[in-house]
Every structure is written in structure tokens, then in C-alpha cells.
Design a protein around this ligand. Structure first.
Ligand code: GAL
Length: 634
């Protein structure tokens, strides 16, 4: 498969006369994909059942005839105003019980049956009309499920659907009472109709209640997406994608991804550094115009897993964005750099958001490849530079990672439901492990929690995995590599109780967590030989070999080169050393990369990325600031 570049375009925003020139300029810049349509419902159906698809027919024709392949988005993230008149109760309700309003986007509740039927209707119309259109080469469902905090809705529609979901799952209120432990605080229910959503309680609701609500909410997204996919597949053979986001864990992306052909995500490195990352002020200052050196890579690897190998960047930041607290401009070179970074991780396509900066409405301060006056913005030349370089590395390539890291959405919900310490965040924990591996220069594969075949990896890491599925437990037993489980792993039953055996309850490892403590910022537990546990530390009762001790003599890590358990959250340097040790024991070569340098091997190439503002000389190579270079490997 060939790599390609693309752009997000909104023909409905511009006079029709300029479409041909826009299309010609896209092609001239070396772009081959154009994504359209995902917010266009009010122009496709300006009034109930009054359809106006002619303009879209013409837009697709103009773009297609210019030589572009079209990704057609379904417009369900932006129901028009008349829809709210028709279904006043389709709006989502927030945790404080306030109905969310019309006037931006994503104003719908996933559980509303009437809105789901409207979505089926519009998707059917689109799929029938364009399913065989030769220019439609891919589809996108909706837009960014979860953006603007839109997965959890506390509406009546959600409550009713949740009650049905619980009745199906538990069959009787008694079974539910037992599973949730409702004897506690007299929370027993006599019928499913008595169960409300877990908001507006006096103090915290039962965590088992919350976990089931989180599972339910995630399944609503899966079902909503599946309804669209089933319709599109009836009329089209083109692959179907959804555009996911950075650090959004409110629904199980693997489960949505299982119905799709391609995973894609929207990468805004400078926005993310500003508002989506725990990092020191010095770190944020050092990477202000380049973005965090690991955040994008983490998501590239995550979405490669969600897409079962096939993934894109559907929206790539082309210049300053508008939505973060501060919106700096990228260093010259970064747009090209981010694009190559995605390709190095196996992306099939990278599409920039957006073609021309819109001078009106909410995103008028968001850069495009063109300025509002249609002159080129700085991002355009960088996109064109990548297009010229592409033939040097045109084939999509990847190779299995050195190390696998499990990422699990349910664990994110579990530790949000019961953090026990304000700093215990699942994404943060897994991301710190990922960052440590990147410092060591390793290729990393991310795995879902129900991976059944671990035979491809020498090292498999599972920090904070709240409950081991029976499948994963079985896979542990046959994995030929070293498995390291991290703090809190397997510390809950799927029903959200402490397991009778006490965690981690691993086959062949005699160890029990007998007490845990969470630590406020600045507090730490010293490790023997230097370093610390931060945020979280556990007491272990064990007869297993001790690999690492705390300074007070307690075991900190136990096990052997087959299966080990780490009883705390190590600081970054200790984590890196510990992982380096695991690699050495398995004969995996590691590097000591400088803070701004990262590497990735892909197919026959090793890429080097300098995220810094000064040149880096590494192993005889000079890597310019905001620069990428690659070498051919054999
Ligand atoms: C994404 C979204 C786009 C646009 C962009 C701005 O979240 O999918 O429609 O809003 O952000 O950065």
C-alpha cells in the first residue's frame, strides 16, 4: 500500500466558483485525499425531509475529476436546529443534570432512539447516493466521538436504556444487589426501574454502579457507530474509518474499531502539550513549538492497534490552533516532521486540518494550509515538501515492536471511578512507561487487554490493568517473553470488588498486596540503590524472589524472567533503569537517547526525530532542530 497526504475541506464554506481552483491547488501540492461532509447536515437537509444533495454531487465531481480521492464523512455530529424541535429530548444531559444546548456541535445523546433513527436515515441517503461513486474512496463515521465531553449523558433516554442494559446483564435485581454489594448503606433495589444513573448522589455512588454505567455508555457508542457502518457496507465497498482523538478514554476504542476498516486520529501536538499532559513548566517551555516527544507517537502506536494495523492521521495540525489555553506557532519544519513521524509509525495517510482558514465562526483563529485570503500559509510548503519526499519511502511499512505495552480503556474508567489518590491516572501511568521505553530507543506495540497471542514479544508490560481477563490470564501462561505487571494490576474483580485471593493473583507467582498507600505530590518511598516510588506504593507478602527492594527492606519488585510484579509507581529515571534491565536480560539492545531525540524503525528504514531547538549529533548523524533524517537498514 502507498502512503498518501490529504486535507480536510468544507466546500459548503466557500463559493462554488473557487472549488476547481482549490482542487487544482491541492493536487499541485501533492495531496491525494480530501475529506469532506462531516458537518454538512444543515446544507444537505435544510428543513425536515427537504434534501439538497446537488451541491455535494458537484463538489465530489470537481474534487474527484481533479484527481483527488474523497473521504466522505457522515454528518451526524452536527444535527441541524430543526432536529432539536423534532426531538427536544435528544440533547445530552451533563452530570449536574443540565441539558446541553444547540449552537456548537455534538449536541446529541447516544441513547436517544429517535436521533439514532434520524442518523440511520441520513446515512442511508448518503450511502445509497454515493456508495458506488468512483471518487468516494473511504468513509468517516460521525466526527470525534467523545469530543467536548460527550460520551456520558445523564438524560432520561440514557437512564431508560441503562435500566434495560442492567436487566439483560443481571436478570434479577437480587443478582445485581449481590454483584454491586448493595447491602452496604442499604442501597438494595427491588426492581430495575428503581435504578437511576450514578449522578447527583449525596456522596460518591457505588463504584460498581459507576463501572457498569461506564461500560454501558461505551457500548452505546459502539452501537451508534455500528448502525452507520452496517448501512454504509450495504451500499459501498470503500473502507470505513472514524477519527479518534488524543487522550480520550471514555469509550472502548478497540470495540468501535472492530467494526471499522481503518482507525484514524486527530493530531494537534501543540494543543495537546498545552492542555492534555502532566509535565513540568520547563518541559512545556522546551517543547512549546514542537510538541511533546512521545505523546503523538503513543497515539500512533495505540491507533495502529485499534485499526488492527491500518491507521491514518485524519487531522494534522498545520499551524497554530484555536482551542488550547495558549496557541503557539510550530517551529519551521514541524509540520513536515509530524507527518513523517506518523509515516514512521505505519500511517497510510496524513490529512491536514484544514485547507483554508475560515474567517468566520468558532475556528476563525485556527490555521489552515491557506490563509483566509487564500495565500499559502507556512504549512502548505511543508506538506508539499513531504509530498516530494514521499517516493523515497512510499510503501507503508512497519515491523513488530521490541516490547509490547497493554492499554485498556476499562482500567482508565476503573481508576477514575476509584483513584484512591488524586494523582493516580491510568493514562498517565501507561504513558510514563511508554515514555521510558522511547528513551531507550525501542519500537513499541500497544496491545488490547484481550490479546490472546503474546508470542511475538520478548517483553510484555501491563501497568495498572485493573482486572485480568480469562483470555489474558491464559495468554500469560504461554508467553515466551518476560511479563511485567505494574501497580494495581488485577486488584479488582470485573464486578469491582477486591478479589478473594488478594491481588495480583498471578499463576506461579506467590505474592499478595496486603496494603496500598497513595502519596501526595512531593511524598515518596525510597528504593534501595536510589530512586523512588511516587504517587503509589504497595506492601507485598511474598515468597517469590525479590528483584528490587525499597530502602526500608520491603519488596518492591518480585518474580523472575518469566513473570514479575512491580509494587509501586517509580520515578522516570528508576523506571527507565528497571526496563533497561529487563531488556538486557532478554538481549534487547537499548540506547540512552537525549531528551529531544527519538527513533523508530519501520520496514527498511530507521528514522531519527529531533524534537529540540538545537542540532543533535548522534552516532555520526547530524539531526537538525525540528528535523527528521532516515537511514536504510537491512
Ligand atoms: C478537531 C475536530 C475538527 C476541528 C479541529 C480543530 O477536534 O475534529 O472539526 O474542530 O479539532 O483543531
Amino acid at each position: 500500500m502507498q502512503r498518501g497526504l490529504g486535507v480536510c475541506y468544507y466546500p459548503e464554506h466557500w463559493p462554488e466558483e473557487i472549488w476547481p481552483e482549490d482542487a487544482a491547488r491541492m493536487v499541485e501540492a501533492g495531496l491525494s485525499w480530501v475529506r469532506i461532509g462531516e458537518f454538512a447536515w444543515s446544507r444537505l437537509e435544510p428543513a425536515p425531509d427537504r434534501l439538497e444533495f446537488d451541491w455535494l454531487d458537484r463538489a465530489i465531481k470537481v474534487l474527484g475529476r481533479a484527481g483527488l480521492k474523497v473521504v466522505l464523512g457522515t454528518p451526524t455530529a452536527t444535527p441541524p436546529r430543526w432536529m432539536i424541535k423534532r426531538h427536544p429530548d435528544m440533547l445530552a444531559v451533563d452530570a449536574l443534570g443540565r441539558q446541553r444546548g444547540f449552537g456548537s456541535r455534538r449536541h446529541y445523546c447516544f441513547s436517544h432512539r429517535g436521533y439514532l433513527d434520524e442518523c440511520r436515515r441520513i446515512v442511508t441517503l448518503l450511502a445509497k447516493r454515493y456508495g458506488q461513486n468512483p471518487h468516494i474512496a473511504a468513509w468517516q463515521t460521525d466526527n470525534e466521538y467523545g469530543c467536548h465531553d460527550t460520551i456520558l449523558s445523564y438524560s432520561e433516554a440514557a437512564r431508560d436504556a441503562f435500566r434495560d442494559w442492567l436487566a439483560q446483564k443481571y436478570q434479577s435485581p437480587d443478582a445485581l444487589n449481590r454483584a454491586w454489594g448493595n447491602v452496604f448503606w442499604s442501597m438494595d433495589y427491588a426492581s430495575f426501574d428503581e435504578i437511576d444513573l450514578p449522578n447527583l448522589t449525596v456522596t460518591e455512588p457505588n463504584p460498581a454502579h459507576v463501572m457498569d454505567f461506564r461500560r454501558f455508555a461505551s457500548e452505546q457508542v459502539v452501537a451508534f457507530n455500528r448502525a452507520q457502518v452496517e448501512i454504509i457496507r450495504r451500499h459501498s465497498h470503500a473502507p470505513i474509518a472514524h477519527n479518534y482523538m488524543g487522550r480520550i478514554t471514555e469509550f472502548d476504542h478497540y470495540k468501535v474499531g472492530a467494526d471499522l476498516d481503518i482507525a484514524s486520529w486527530d493530531s494537534y501536538p501543540l494543543g495537546f502539550l498545552s492542555d492534555r499532559l502532566e509535565a513540568s513548566a520547563a518541559h512545556k517551555a522546551a517543547f512549546l513549538r514542537q510538541g511533546d516527544p512521545d505523546f503523538q507517537a503513543f497515539h500512533h502506536d495505540l491507533y495502529r492497534a485499534v485499526g488492527r494495523g491500518r491507521w491514518w492521521v485524519m487531522e494534522q495540525q498545520p499551524g497554530p490552533v484555536n482551542w488550547a489555553p495558549f496557541n503557539p506557532a510550530p517551529l519551521p519544519g514541524m509540520v513536515r516532521f509530524w507527518t513523517w513521524e506518523a509515516f514512521a509509525h505505519g500511517a497510510e495517510a496524513v490529512c491536514y486540518f484544514r485547507w483554508r482558514q475560515a474567517p468566520f465562526a468558532q475556528e476563525q483563529m485556527h490555521a489552515g494550509l491557506l490563509r483566509p485570503d487564500s495565500a499559502p500559509a507556512p504549512g502548505l510548503a511543508e506538506a508539499a515538501a513531504v509530498a516530494r519526499e514521499l517516493p523515497e519511502a512510499a510503501e507503508v511499512a512497519s515491523r513488530p515492536g521490541d516490547v509490547a505495552l497493554v492499554f485498556d480503556y476499562e482500567s482508565a474508567w476503573a481508576w477514575e471511578t476509584q483513584p484512591q489518590g488524586a494523582d493516580f491516572d491510568y493514562f498517565r501511568l501507561v504513558f510514563e512507561w511508554y515514555r521510558a521505553l522511547r528513551h531507550l530507543g525501542l519500537n513499541i506495540d500497544i496491545l488490547p487487554p484481550d490479546a490472546i497471542d503474546l508470542s511475538a514479544w520478548q517483553i510484555v508490560l501491563m501497568p495498572g490493568l485493573f482486572s485480568l481477563s480469562p483470555k489474558l490470564r491464559a495468554a500469560l501462561a504461554t508467553c515466551p517473553g518476560t511479563i511485567l505487571l505494574g501497580p494495581r494490576s488485577n486488584s479488582k474483580t470485573p464486578g469491582f470488588a477486591i478479589p478473594a485471593q488478594l491481588p495480583p493473583d498471578l499463576p506461579g507467582l506467590d505474592a499478595r498486596v496486603t496494603r496500598v498507600e497513595s502519596l501526595p505530590p512531593g511524598a515518596r518511598v525510597a528504593l534501595e540503590g536510589g530512586g523512588h516510588f511516587l504517587h503509589w506504593a504497595e506492601d507485598l507478602e511474598t515468597t517469590a524472589p525479590v528483584i528490587l527492594r525499597r530502602a526500608d527492606g520491603q519488596p518492591a519488585m518480585v518474580g523472575d524472567d518469566r513473570l514479575a510484579y512491580l509494587a509501586g509507581w517509580p520515578d522516570a529515571a528508576s523506571l527507565q533503569e528497571l526496563l533497561r534491565g529487563l531488556c538486557a536480560a532478554r538481549g534487547i539492545e537499548t540506547l540512552h537517547l537525549p531528551a529531544a531525540l527519538r527513533t523508530r524503525e519501520s520496514g527498511q528504514r530507521r528514522f531519527w526525530f529531533n524534537h529540540g531547538t538545537e542540532p543533535i549529533i548522534w552516532d555520526g548523524l547530524t539531526i537538525p532542530p525540528a528535523g527528521v533524517v532516515w537511514q536504510t537498514t537491512t
